[in-house]
Structure formats: C-alpha cells, structure tokens
Design a protein around this ligand. Structure first.
Ligand code: COA
Length: 260
C-alpha cells in the first residue's frame, strides 16, 4: 500500500498509521479521508494485523481538524454531504472496526482531529496534547460525530460546555474527564500504545471482534445491547478460538488463537 498523505508501518502484528501532512498540522482533507478509508479496508483484510495505532506526523499535532480551506465556500448541500461522507467513509468505519484501534494523540486534536480520536476504541495522549471541538468559533458545529461521541465519553454537561466554549483541554484535563486513558511523554507515546497492544494480542481476535460489536451496541439507537451481547456470547461457543482458549486453560498452557 502506498499513499500520499499517510504512512503505514507494521511490526509484531501492530500496524501504525501515521497521518502525514505535518505542514498543515495533519488537517483532514477529502483526499486524506479517502486514503484512510482505503487503508483501513486493506488493514481489515490483513490477517497479520491484530491492532492498529493511529497517530499524527510531527511533534505538534495529531490532527488540527478538518481542512478549513476546503469547505469555507460550501453550500448547505455540500456541507451536509461533507459530514455524511466523512462519517461513513472513516469515522463509523473506525468505530466499528473489527480490530482494536488506538489513537496515539501526539499533539493538537481539534475538531475533526478529536472526532477521529474519539472514533477510535480508546485514546492515549502525550503530555503536550491539546484537545477540543472549536467548530462553533468558526460558525459551524462538529460534523464528524463529535456531538454524539463527546457526550458518550465525558457526559452531556461537560460536552455541552466544551462545545459551546470551543475550549481546549490539556492532556491531564482530558484524562480527568476519561476522554483519554493515559497521559505519557511524547517520547513514550507509541511505546505505551504498543505495550497495551501486546496485551491485546495475547487474546482471541474473534472474541475481541465480538466484544467491540457488543460494546458499540450500547450506543446505537434502536439496538438492544444486551441482546447483541447474548447473541455474540453464544456465537463464541461455536468457534475455534473458544475451543482453543478453554482447552489451553484446562491443559495449563498458553492459547494459540487462529482468530476464528
Ligand atoms: N485546516 C486547514 N489548515 C490548517 C488547519 C485546519 N484545520 N489547522 C492548521 N492549518 C494550517 C495553517 O493554516 C497553517 O498553514 P500555512 O502555514 O500554510 O499558513 C499551518 O497549518 C500551521 O498552522 P498555524 O495556525 O500556523 O499553527 P499555530 O501553531 O499558530 O496554531 C492551531 C496551531 C492548531 C492552534 C491553529 O492551527 C488552529 O487553530 N487550527 C484550526 C483548528 C480548528 O479550528 N479546527 C477545527 C476545524 S473544523
């Protein structure tokens, strides 16, 4: 896979996707969203990849938002289409990805950047990171799922305040609000994500895939999460991973999962 705006590296079943437009603080333009979509679709099919880490290039930004220069003269229809396409192509794809996706927030995560981090399954931030949804300062609202995912993560009142004030959180404030799980130095950021990924990799990819689905069901309108859980739980019993996991436990050895 070769791309213009992203870098891909793979080691020990962990794939790192680096958004690479540092001169524009990795702002998300249409081409970048399409490339990320194409890359994620490929990654989903690659059985060698067990965990994905998404980060930004350079020391300054994860992603400083959607590319403002691209949409400043859009019409109502074009604006709605921008949000709909982005959500479908990238943000929902990541949220529902069948492999764990960790956001390594290495600097500014603003607007679409924070929305991207929030679409990931969880977040680790470097201590220089700054996070916020500044859209109302531009006369627009978050359009890549921010009005939905921020309240899910930090609660409605705090989300309302952050969105209305267009304020920026420090990494420590974001951790306090449970928006990020850990804050580490910038030098330690990727290593910290990889050490979590190593723990994940020991477990059944099939069970993780089902767990992601069941957890996400809690946040889907009209979906009964408990029923999704029961169905997924039952499904596991018919899988090779379940046989291997339980057999390995009883035989007092480490499980070797096929992922099915
Ligand atoms: N869209 C398009 N370009 C962006 C961008 C965005 N969201 N964020 C940064 N850039 C560009 C700048 O225009 C600048 O480009 P230039 O060198 O060609 O002029 C370059 O990235 C560097 O940014 P700059 O503003 O000079 O850096 P800074 O350190 O002074 O400020 C920020 C950093 C993040 C505070 C500032 O860039 C910013 O406020 N960005 C927009 C954040 C935002 O509102 N995002 C939500 C969009 S919906």
């Amino acid at each position: 896979m070769t791309f213009e705006n992203i870098l891909i590296s793979k080691e020990n079943s962990i794939l790192t996707l680096t958004i690479n437009r540092p001169e524009k603080l990795n702002a998300l333009n249409k081409a970048l969203i399409q490339e990320m979509h194409d890359a994620m679709k490929e990654i989903e099919k690659d059985n060698e990849v067990r965990v994905v880490v998404i980060t930004g290039s350079g020391a300054k930004a994860f992603v400083a938002g959607a590319d403002i220069s691209e949409f400043s003269d859009f019409s109502i229809e074009e604006g709605a289409q921008l949000a709909a396409q982005g959500q479908e192509l990238l943000f929902n794809l990541i949220e529902n990805f069948s492999k764990p996706v960790i956001a390594a927030v290495n600097g500014f995560a603003l607007g679409g950047g924070l929305e991207l981090a929030m679409a990931c399954h969880f977040r680790v931030a470097s201590d220089n990171a700054k996070m916020g949804l500044p859209e109302v300062s531009l006369g627009v609202i978050p359009g890549y799922g921010g009005t939905q995912r921020l309240p899910q993560l930090v609660g409605k009142g705090k989300a309302m305040e952050l969105i209305m004030t267009a304020g920026m959180l420090t990494a420590d404030e974001a951790k306090e609000l449970k928006l990020v799980n850990y804050v580490v130095t910038q030098e330690e950021l990727l290593a910290h994500c990889y050490s979590i990924a190593q723990k994940i990799i020991k477990n059944s990819p099939m069970a993780i895939r089902k767990a992601i689905k069941a957890v996400n069901a809690n946040f889907q309108y009209g979906v009964n999460g408990y029923e999704t859980e029961i169905k997924a739980f039952g499904y596991c019993f018919g899988t090779a991973d379940f046989k291997e996991g339980t057999t390995a436990f009883l035989e007092k050895r480490k499980a070797v999962f096929a992922g099915e």
